[in-house]
Design a protein around this ligand. Structure first.
Ligand SMILES: Nc1ncnc2c1ncn2[C@@H]1O[C@H](COP(=O)(O)OP(=O)(O)OP(=O)(O)O)[C@@H](O)[C@H]1O
Ligand SMILES: [Mg+2]
Length: 482
């Protein structure tokens, strides 16, 4: 999902332009205790955390933040894991709890207002289709998605490098397959040029270097200063970090830190702050902690840990209050002008102006059909890339010796053992299977949600780098291999 600014609305959809039109630097009113608590837009890239037990108001808090960023011209990308964020696209105002909260907080002119939303969906069903090329994905992410072992990952890196150096575009899977075949056929030739890839230790280093290079590590965020500001929300973030290795946590921490210096904010939404690695948690400056349960020893540990992360308020017994917070109430600490966390306050979250919860299939269809990009991404294109070029080359060679042209595509003949890639693809497909949630909801798989979420940023080259980085950094370590 993607939203547009208030000002952009006048040009894109005048009917959506409303009276609530803050400018970018206007502080975002997040919550109220005795005082109003604001998130300062210039501190938005210091990231954030929204935590709390199920049903305590995390998604609604996210929605309030998202619509406020959007209204200020900050594009917001979020994975709508439970499809309950789509309400952002509709004016709210008929939810009694939300109205009651608006009244309680004496919010002036509280009117229902929709945020302009664009839906994206990798499968092109719930939104405009999002495609990423093989090369945008990068070998690291692909390697993880395909669950390759280290040796196989190395081969994949070489494929990317050779393709790059030979100007062979890796756009789709057949490009990748053709390249794999081409390199396998010419293994000896490439061995000399790319070092002795079969000698274990040298090969491992080579591969590591290649991995680093082809991920563009040094140039990663080195493009001209980023002129746009983005905010990513990862709802249900506990899924992201499940079973993660410590090294991976560090990688994410690094990524999160790099992104910050480019004006991009990342907000994790999670049930239990303990599910987020400490190194990452330490990077999340703006915090909204909803109620936690304290039934089990693990719960109690989480409560204690959450309490300790705040700058203490002498008037507040944080640990006790944490278990007593009502729905839509939270312990809130935002960063001040100088970037220091403010003293934690018990406060009520400002309600969103857009509709809370899901939308109907017809509403979604209508939004997709009337979007300014309708029709643009719907049809796949297949331009000349590695596959076509290699196929032509093979054809020329074959004709020279009088044999009929042969396709370079290594599709395994039936009955043969499926190729490594085919096997790996099977595994990758499995990673995309949706799962059934604890309350019977149909959730996207982690991989799908992540790809969906990050690929929404793929509409420009910086967005692509970010998408690649986020995916590489987060998915890159799905501890499953360990
Ligand atoms: N700030 C608020 N003001 C008024 N009502 C709220 C507020 N926050 C939450 N609620 C009410 O609580 C309900 C549940 O909130 P929400 O969906 O945000 O919970 P959650 O923490 O995201 O739960 P889950 O972990 O199940 O996703 C909302 O549908 C709404 O009715
Ligand atoms: Mg939620």
């Amino acid at each position: 999902m993607e939203t547009y600014s208030c000002a952009q609305r006048w040009t894109i959809a005048p009917s959506l332009a409303k009276s609530y039109c803050p400018i970018m630097s206007d502080p975002i009113l997040v919550a109220e205790s005795k005082e109003q608590i604001f998130l300062l837009p210039k501190m938005a890239n210091r990231h954030g955390l929204i935590a709390g037990a199920t049903g305590t108001g995390k998604t609604v808090t996210l929605q309030t933040l998202a619509e406020n960023f959007s209204a200020r011209g900050v594009p917001v990308f979020m994975a709508d894991v439970k499809a309950d964020l789509a309400g952002l696209s509709q004016p709210g105002g008929n939810n009694p709890k939300i109205l009651e909260r608006a009244k309680e907080l004496k919010i002036d002119n509280f009117t229902g207002e929709a945020s302009p939303v664009v839906f994206w969906d990798v499968f092109g069903e719930q939104g405009h289709p999002v495609r990423a090329t093989i090369s945008e994905m990068g070998p690291l992410l692909l390697g993880r998605l395909l669950e390759l072992n280290d040796t196989q990952e190395g081969v994949l890196n070489i494929v990317f490098k050779i393709a790059d150096e030979n100007g062979l575009l890796l756009l789709d899977l057949k490009d990748l397959r053709s390249m794999l075949q081409y390199i396998a056929d010419n293994a000896d030739k490439f061995k000399t040029h790319y070092g002795n890839i079969s000698a274990a230790s040298a090969g491992a280093i080579q591969r590591n270097l290649l991995a680093l290079e082809s991920q563009g590590a040094d140039k990663f965020f080195g493009e001209p200063a980023l002129n746009l500001k983005l905010v990513f929300f990862f709802d249900e973030a506990h899924l992201l970090f499940a079973g993660i290795a410590p090294a991976v946590g560090q990688k994410i921490e690094q990524m999160v830190r790099l992104i910050r210096s480019k004006g991009v904010g990342v907000y994790f939404v999670s049930q239990n702050p303990l599910d987020i690695p400490d190194v990452v948690l330490g990077q999340l400056g703006n915090r909204v902690q909803h109620a936690l349960r304290a039934f089990t020893p693990r719960d109690q540990k989480a409560v204690k840990a959450a309490a300790e992360t705040f700058r203490q308020n002498p008037k507040l017994k944080v640990e006790t209050v944490l278990t007593q917070l009502a729905v839509g109430e939270a312990l809130v600490s935002m960063l001040d002008e100088s970037g220091s966390p403010q003293i934690v306050e018990r406060a009520k979250i400002v309600p969103p102006r857009s509709q809370v919860g899901a939308i109907t299939a017809d509403q979604r269809k209508e939004i997709i059909a009337s979007s300014i990009i309708a029709g643009h991404y719907e049809k796949a294109i297949d331009r000349e890339s590695a596959y076509e070029i290699l196929q032509a080359r093979t054809g020329e060679k074959a004709q020279a010796v009088g044999a009929p042209p042969v396709a370079a595509s290594p599709a395994a003949p039936e009955g043969e053992k499926p190729s490594l890639l085919a096997e790996a693809l099977g595994t990758a497909t499995a990673a995309f299977q949706p799962t059934i949630g604890p309350r019977g909801g149909r959730y996207d798989s982690l991989a799908t949600s992540m790809v969906k979420s990050a690929m929404r940023a793929a509409s420009n080259s910086i967005g692509r780098q970010i998408a690649r980085g986020i995916l590489g950094g987060i998915l890159g370590g799905s501890g499953r291999r360990r």
